[in-house]
Ligand binder design. Sequence first.
Ligand SMILES: Cc1cc2nc3c(=O)[nH]c(=O)nc-3n(C[C@H](O)[C@H](O)[C@H](O)COP(=O)(O)OP(=O)(O)OC[C@H]3O[C@@H](n4cnc5c(N)ncnc54)[C@H](O)[C@@H]3O)c2cc1C
Length: 403
Amino acid sequence: MTQLSTDIIIIGGGVAGLWIHHRLNDLGYHAVLIEKHSIGNGQTLSSQGIIHGGTKYTLNGILTGAASAIADMPQRWLDCLAGSGEIDLSQTKLLTQHQLMWSTQSVSSKLTSFLSSKALNGKMQSLSKKSYPDIFNTAAFKGNLYQLNEPVLDIPSLLKNLTEKWQHRIICTNEDYQFIETTNCLINGVISDTFEIQAKKVILSSGEGNEESLQKLNIDSPKMQRRPLQMVLMKSIKLPRLYAHCIGASTKPIATITSHTHSDGDNVWYIGGNIAEEGIDQTSESLIKHTRFTLQKILPWLDTSDAEWTTHCVNRAEPAQKNLLRPDTAFLADAKNIAIAWPTKLALTPNLADQLIHTLKEQSIMPSSNDGSRRDSELEKINQQHPVVFSPSLWDRAFDAKS
Ligand SMILES: Cc1cc2nc3c(=O)[nH]c(=O)nc-3n(C[C@H](O)[C@H](O)[C@H](O)COP(=O)(O)OP(=O)(O)OC[C@H]3O[C@@H](n4cnc5c(N)ncnc54)[C@H](O)[C@@H]3O)c2cc1C
């Protein structure tokens, strides 16, 4: 058994754990991340990669908490992508700088005037016909088209980029491990058959996995909620690239579409929004039928005759809210020397890391003096047995599994 002492243990290799791991190691902490399956395996590789700036959450005309907390995030991520932010994400692929938003013809005039109102100034611009992307460059399109300051990221490249610099401090293991509890009921490490790691602080950032850990640790609060989604995927070589929310009369998008590349070169549309929220109780076949019908209404000129279809069920894991509402901000709580974290949106991860760094300072948990290389050589022994493994992209999993 290899024994090691570190500053911080981070549980979970989704975007939250990886971002926190990167930032803490950059700040001089010795932080070790433990992932149970493979990097990105949870919600992160199921996400659409949109760095929301809040526009979607202002559709009812009210600037909600979600909209104001998230407003700074696009610029923060763009700085990172440019190599000038708190993490160098220059190797992460930017799929588009701007998500679009289009309205169907039947949209209410109230919503149309709101969309053009000052509340969204600077975050959203109405597009003139001459700057329409090809897919909307048809006489058949009668709605309005807006451009949002919301970039969309390629998540597999983000995960590689976040992992690379401090990969030697990441362990991927499917071996069972237990938390180590001190006599005064605080948690100060983890132990398995092959390793024991002690730390000043443990961070639970394992998405849906947080619930099981909290139960094992007899921590009653915070509680977790799951918001289930059934996303729709459509694959075809002929599909144009589209990154857009389609809005109708409701405050929620009818569909949110992002475009991705399968390893065989085909384009894949990944469709969320209301389709995915309302589709949870449908069979995959009936949701695909419903989505085909919806696309015919909102993009009637689009030819999908040769497309392959599938659906993907996944839960959003979040701190429990009244009536399963969507939480507004990144979430961090503390119990038994454990920090419990849910970013609630990938876009809010930088905000989550800020909160955590602030908490560590408040609790006087500082980086220890320079024995990082001694610790790293111990860690290397664990690493050799439990090397870093990346999950394949969702598009490859979804369609390869079908054929
Ligand atoms: C369909 C969908 C679309 C989304 N689209 C967007 C979007 O466009 N923009 C946006 O901002 N947000 C989006 N989100 C939300 C976003 O994906 C999540 O908020 C974010 O990915 C959560 O990251 P996480 O690291 O907390 O959790 P996860 O990504 O779920 O990662 C948790 C990790 O912990 C591991 N794990 C679990 N249990 C244990 C354990 N006991 N020990 C060790 N490891 C463990 C898992 O294997 C997993 O790798 C979307 C979510 C969904 C479901």
